[in-house]
Design a protein around this ligand. Sequence first.
Ligand code: ADP
Ligand code: MG
Length: 683
Amino acid sequence: MLLNEPITAIKGIGEKKAQILNNLGIFTVEDIVEYFPRDYEDRSDVRKIDQLVEDEENTFFAWVDNMPENVHIGKMSITKVRLSDETGKINAVWYNQAFLKNAIKKDEYYIFTGIYRKKNGRREIVSPEFEKAESKEILGAGRIVPVYHLTAGISQKVIRALVKKTLDSVKTQLPDFMPLDIRKKYCLCERNFAISNIHFPENSESFFIARKRLVFDELFILQMALFKLKGTTKRNSGIIFKCDNVLEETQKALGFEFTNAQKKVTEEIINDVSKGVLMNRLIQGDVGSGKTAIAMAACLMAIKNGYQAALMAPTEVLASQHYEAFSAFFQKFGVEVCLLKGSLKKKEKDAAKESILSGKTKMVIGTHAIIQKDVEFKNLALVITDEQHRFGVKQRNVLTEKGTNAHVLVMTATPIPRTLALILYGDLDVSVIDELPPGRQEILTYAVNSSYHKRAYAFIRKEVENGRQAYMVCPMIEESDAIEAKAVETMIDEVSQTDFKGLNVSVLHGKMKPDEKDAIMSDFAANKIQILISTTVIEVGINVPNATIMLIENAERFGLSQLHQLRGRVGRGKYQSYCILVTDSKSQITKERMKVMQKTNDGFEISETDLKLRGPGEFFGTRQHGIPQLKIANLYKDADMLSLSQEAAKELNRMKDWSNLPEYRLISEKIDTLFLNSQRIGI
Ligand code: ADP
Ligand code: MG
């Protein structure tokens, strides 16, 4: 049996079972080998029948005294058998598993693991797993047993047996793809040992040794693949900008003084672009920390030096808003700004492209329309992506390739925990804006249940009558624009004739045409619309300082970081702002999320908590990042391994032509195949 063979090559796996395994993401023999347990059960404590602990899982050896019998009570079938050891006797019962009658035999010796119950004077073991006493690993008597993620149609026992059988038959051919020098340097065990001990640990030491190796493998390969994808392991030389007075001029044109944090980051940018290497910098700053102003300063640097600059935003609404702000700013320097977006008419687009190619247009703003192949620049020297977390790694790359040697600045309002930043932006320098512009007030946040609706609406009404504005956000329901649209339509029908009668209420959702969206957003910005009922279209970057209330329906459906983003739409001006989270969910995770939201406005604290509560897999959707699902490593808990493996990855990359060396061939293949199936990982 070969590792890359389909699972049907394994004896006993037909089409039907294969289908079930496919549902678990298992397609090949190797997928089984790498189907790591989600947890373990300690069955090293083997008991005697007279020592069984009530309401707990117990493992014991016993003889089967009689033929199992099936009885029927209504629709239910009960299978019953009598077990004994030298200390006593006990009944085992199974419900609706009549087939077991033939699986368990009189006068044979088995290991059982099941819950021991005492009910109405009867003592029994309920639905125990059992196995002939010779195959200890599967049931795990006397040892630690693996617990796997399951799906309908497959049991722990079956999958455990399958893994065991597969390991036994491929053990000798598991190649150790990690080169010896790396294994030695980082003190990693052999892969064979790691694989067998991650499934069936000999003891806890072996388990930790095994896990260390596999976590290292996974993180190392991921980082190597990312390096390769980004293709930025070596720094090209970059265009040199002269930046005298740019900071002063920017502040003057904007009419406010930069915060110390903004000044510091601007200096870091100036330092990058004035020394002749290519800038590759991530700016992390909480919502409202003033990233746009920094982007303007950077663009001014490029343009004053005679080059073109481009800014890419994830949505048309946001691109339009940036266009307004940049136009106003660059007007003061006599620089025209061009907005390039998908919804332009062909003629307009052609004209814009012409002007970009000729170099007449210096400042280009757009959505991913900018990265379409047919947009050519004359001398693009700076590329900025706003709200970077919304773009995949690949999209960012395409834009970088547009300019031969363009400096790159990426900005994100979602503070990314350090560990995740290492993975996602391992090749970037990081600047942090850790200060908000002066005069900002803490946004007061309340989590309430839906019985508070009336009161919340009355409060919104009062604020609006005082001249303020409000957002009301409905959750995203699956990713269907049509259903979302319906949710907001229903909401507006409900409130516009009752609680908000006489006020200007409008809706905004993903199903609208970009022009409609733009029109609504500018009406909202001009306070022609007082209450905006919307889906998460408004999540990213919208800036309307007069809006002071953010009400979020079904808050349990949003991740913490998303809630924080949404909340960041208010509290942008001088007025006290409020965030009302409406949820009827009683789940523990929701409760904890709401608690954090009420407790803090600090985006970093919130994202750390998010990572803890949700795990990195779901963390603002790895799909958006194009990071494959991790099988064993936990980006939160394995931060140390993350740095170690990154160090190893960087080291290997510094080696010339390493992938041509024979001892690196296997690892190089592994790295190449990770991103091969881009469909499966969503980039
Ligand atoms: P974000 O970091 O979320 O993108 P923005 O760049 O949209 O934040 O800035 C939020 C608001 O703060 C804008 O209205 C902007 O004009 C204002 N702002 C930014 N920097 C300063 C500053 N140093 N002083 C006063 N207001 C500022
Ligand atoms: Mg922004």
